[in-house]
Write a protein that binds this ligand. Structure first.
Ligand SMILES: NC(=O)C1=CN([C@@H]2O[C@H](COP(=O)(O)OP(=O)(O)OC[C@H]3O[C@@H](n4cnc5c(N)ncnc54)[C@H](O)[C@@H]3O)[C@@H](O)[C@H]2O)C=CC1
Ligand SMILES: O=C(CO)COP(=O)(O)O
Length: 340
């Protein structure tokens, strides 16, 4: 039978653990699915996720488990927060246990490489039915949310009541939750900002100036908006928390894994070395492939995405990518954005 005080969180990386802590502090009993048995054991025995969110004490109301039966079955709400490249397989594993009316709240940020699908599409396709869905996204580093830094985020759902329900779940004395009905725009901003953060990290790692950084952030936003509006998202969503907000955070904040990948690439480390030494995910490394394919399919000018893709996956040097970026033939400032 459903116990409405319990909520399931699928994914015990840094963000899944920080969100579990937030929900526990809001009075919920949280069943937290961990992929790694050792993460489950650490949370049970030490009351700490020593692997992905070290230094944060986790209350007894967070119940870790490696069994989907404990986390997904009979729940009214499931928070889905695994890296996007394993999202389809993860949803596939728990699909038979999920109630058709359970609300799936995605906190993952990415676009699948082969299908070019967003999380809401992957979820519906894998389940074979439209599932109640919301996307939670914005400028929120996991460690700062766990440390109660005043922050803001957006909950997007097609249905206003669902967005309001997600707001009520996550709003706390230090987290403001805004609502939106532009699910695609919110998902797309959260995914594409990681690509621009890698580009900014490369630029900063090369020792280029603050002018360059600001230009990359701003023109990166235009590229995100061009792709988003071509797919049907609303232009204003990209000036919101999940667009501009998260872009600024991730491009300038040294806590960002994506920005760090760019900094290291500029210092001459190979992508394999960098990702091989990380236990956490830098989604932009995968998302740049999807972003490149989307821009090609849609015939959209997106030179920063193009050059970042070439550096990460085609062996181009950051220096020649920069030269090519400065030689792009450009039009008026907002050309290519639909609905402006
Ligand atoms: N960490 C952060 O500050 C934030 C992260 N996000 C997003 O949340 C999502 C999850 O990222 P994090 O929690 O940061 O993860 P993380 O980078 O801290 O840890 C990696 C996660 O991937 C899981 N994993 C690895 N292989 C797996 C597999 N085969 N099947 C299922 N799970 C597997 C690990 O168990 C772990 O939970 C990403 O899309 C990320 O962009 C969004 C907002 C903030
Ligand atoms: O999405 C994030 C903050 O909003 C986290 O960014 P990174 O994955 O680059 O650390």
């Amino acid at each position: 039978m459903t116990d409405s005080s319990r909520i399931g969180v699928v994914g015990a990386g840094s963000w899944g653990t920080a969100l579990s802590l937030l929900l526990a502090e809001q009075g919920r009993e949280v069943d937290l699915w961990t992929f790694e048995p050792e993460v489950c054991a650490a949370i049970k025995e030490k009351r700490e996720n020593t692997f992905f969110l070290p230094g944060m004490a986790l209350p007894d109301s967070i119940h870790p488990s490696t069994r989907f039966e404990d986390v997904v079955m009979d729940k009214d709400e499931i928070v889905l927060v695994v890296p996007t490249h394993v999202l389809r397989s993860t949803v596939g594993r728990f699909a038979p246990l999920l109630k058709p009316d359970s609300l799936v709240i995605s906190a993952s940020k990415g676009i699948e490489n082969d299908s070019l699908e967003f999380v809401h599409q992957i979820v519906n396709e894998t389940l074979g039915r439209p599932q109640p869905f919301a996307a939670l996204s914005g400028p929120t580093f996991a460690s700062e949310i766990a440390g109660k830094t005043p922050s803001a985020i957006v909950a997007a759902a097609e249905n206003e009541e669902i967005a309001a329900r997600v707001k009520a779940l996550f709003e706390s004395p230090f987290l403001k939750v805004f609502t939106s009905n532009d699910v695609l725009g919110v998902e797309l901003g959260g995914a594409l900002k990681n690509v621009i953060a890698i580009a900014t990290g490369i630029s900063d790692g090369l020792g280029l100036g603050l002018n360059t950084r600001a230009a990359l952030i701003n023109r990166g936003l235009v590229e995100m908006t061009r792709i988003g509006t071509a797919l049907g998202a609303r232009p204003e969503t990209f000036s919101g928390l999940s667009g501009m907000g998260d872009l600024v955070l991730t491009c300038t904040g040294d806590l960002s894994r994506n920005r760090t990948v760019g900094l290291k690439l500029a210092k001459g480390e190979s992508l394999d070395q960098i990702t091989g030494s990380m236990k956490m995910v830098a989604e932009g490394v995968h998302t740049v492939i999807s972003a490149y394919r989307l821009k090609e399919n849609l015939n959209i000018q997106a030179a920063i995405i193009e050059e970042t893709y070439q550096v990460l996956h085609r062996g181009k040097s950051p220096q020649s990518a920069l030269l090519d970026l400065m030689n792009v033939d450009i039009g008026s400032e907002f050309s290519g954005i639909k609905g402006l």
